[in-house]
Design a protein around this ligand. Structure first.
Ligand code: AMP
Length: 420
């Protein structure tokens, strides 16, 4: 594996998997948030700045075959504005025109392929009717996987070098995110700057965290976070639990939770996590109080109670002032902080105070020298909403990919390059 910063692309063509899966305005089809485009600029600029050429490929949305509304064309003007060069567009990633354009591309030039997910080969998951037998499913999968390999092989002929900079899809074993890497020798494949910085931030937290290390886990469900919590129990000093998943833990300990969110089938797992934390000497912190609502509504009536004493018919939708004070104190004393998931239903102002307080505490601790990593769509949204993105150490761009890496899983897009 080569490192992009010390590689010279002069005279070479690089095929680059980027993540331009950006939101588009339904009416105007303009890009409404260009964060992901900006995330890939450093890599593209490095390639063309060296005198190489860049052939970009990405997916957008979940199209079923060729669908104009999932075209990558709206990305072009934004990309051209940031790069200051014109970007050629190949309307079919595997078509003759794309082949010719890639063949003729000159040093310093950039071209982009149309949505690679217009081909089912990209994902390699056949869509079959429910009535299909296991045999049929197996055969269809094997056939599509063979075509996936062909797609990856064809794309590999467009360029000399493969660069993967699409962290958001690194947990997928798709043609352009993983399979294609196998068609390039080790010295001709590498990560782009974005993936490198994502990996550096996550490895810093997983392998060389300064202590005390505090993980703040929130969000709706325990079931989504079990694996990451288990992996973190071997590493953290403090584990703060907030958000809807709190109540499964509270109920597991015999508390009254009213109508609060609860996964009845995860009560044993919750007890198991509490037990394991004890064994490993991890300080497991739950909210002490919560803000309860009479309905799931921005205009609900509310009252504050102890976290384990929610009246029948009421539901806890945010952490209370006592919990905020407790969590702030622990966060401020930490040297490494990982935050994933909101403390309450932060989309409604009435239940956003807990999440905002945590966002501010993480920023403050960072200013005092802690390393902070924020991941997961909702905690990232909370950081952005509070204008704190520049005041934390690293904001991850990959929700699912980050979660899986932090769970200790191997990501296909990462291992395909590293060759593990
Ligand atoms: P996740 O995707 O698992 O990180 O969960 C994020 C979602 O959890 C957000 O949409 C929040 O509104 C929701 N959430 C957080 N706290 C609660 C709560 N106490 N009750 C219900 N939903 C919650």
């Amino acid at each position: 594996m080569k490192m992009i910063d010390s590689f010279n692309f002069k005279g070479l063509k690089a095929i680059v998997r980027v993540d331009f899966n950006v939101p588009l305005d339904k009416q105007t089809r303009e890009v409404t948030d260009d964060t992901r485009i900006r995330g890939a600029l450093k890599t593209i600029k490095k390639i063309i700045g060296d005198g190489g050429s860049a052939i970009l490929m990405s997916h957008l949305g979940r199209p079923d075959g060729v669908m104009e509304k999932y075209s990558l064309k709206p990305v072009l003007p934004v990309l051209e504005k940031y790069l200051g060069v014109s970007v050629a567009f190949a309307p079919d990633a595997l078509g003759d025109e794309a082949v010719a354009m890639a063949r003729d591309i000159k040093p310093g030039e950039v071209m982009m392929l149309e949505n690679v997910r217009f081909y089912p080969e990209e994902e390699g998951k056949p869509k079959l009717p429910e009535t299909a037998t296991d045999e049929e499913k197996k055969a269809a999968k094997a056939e599509l996987k063979a075509r996936q390999k062909k797609m990856a092989e064809k794309l590999s002929t467009y360029a000399d070098i493969y660069v993967n900079d699409a962290f958001g899809t690194a947990h997928r074993a798709h043609a352009t995110t993983a399979v294609i890497a196998g068609f390039f020798p080790e010295e001709k494949r590498m990560f782009g700057f974005l993936i490198n910085s994502e990996l550096a931030a996550m490895d810093k937290v997983l392998s060389s965290a300064q202590k005390p290390f505090t993980a703040v886990m929130g969000g709706a469900k325990v079931s989504d976070k079990i694996l990451i919590i288990e992996n973190l129990l071997d590493r953290v000093d403090n584990l703060i639990i907030g958000g809807g998943m709190t109540y499964t833990f509270i109920k597991a300990q015999g508390g009254r939770i009213g109508n609060s969110l609860c996964e009845e089938d995860k009560l044993d797992i919750a007890r198991d996590i509490i037990e394991k934390a004890k064994e490993k000497g991890v300080s497991l912190l739950f909210p002490t109080d919560g803000i309860n609502a009479d309905k799931f509504d921005a205009a609900a009536d509310t009252y504050v109670s102890a976290i384990d004493d929610v009246k029948d018919g009421w539901m806890g939708l945010d952490i209370g002032p006592g919990s905020i004070a407790l969590f702030e104190k622990v966060i401020m004393e930490s040297k490494t902080i990982l935050w994933n998931g909101p403390m309450g239903v932060f989309e409604m102002d009435k239940f956003s105070a807990g999440t905002t307080a945590i966002a501010r505490a993480v920023a403050k601790a960072t200013e005092q020298g802690a390393f902070s990593l924020i991941g997961g769509g909702d905690s990232v949204a909370a950081i952005n909403k509070n204008g704190l993105a520049d005041r934390v150490s690293y904001v991850s761009t990959g929700g699912g990919a980050m979660l899986e890496y932090m769970e200790g899983k191997k990501l296909p897009g990462i291992t395909a390059i590293r060759g593990e």
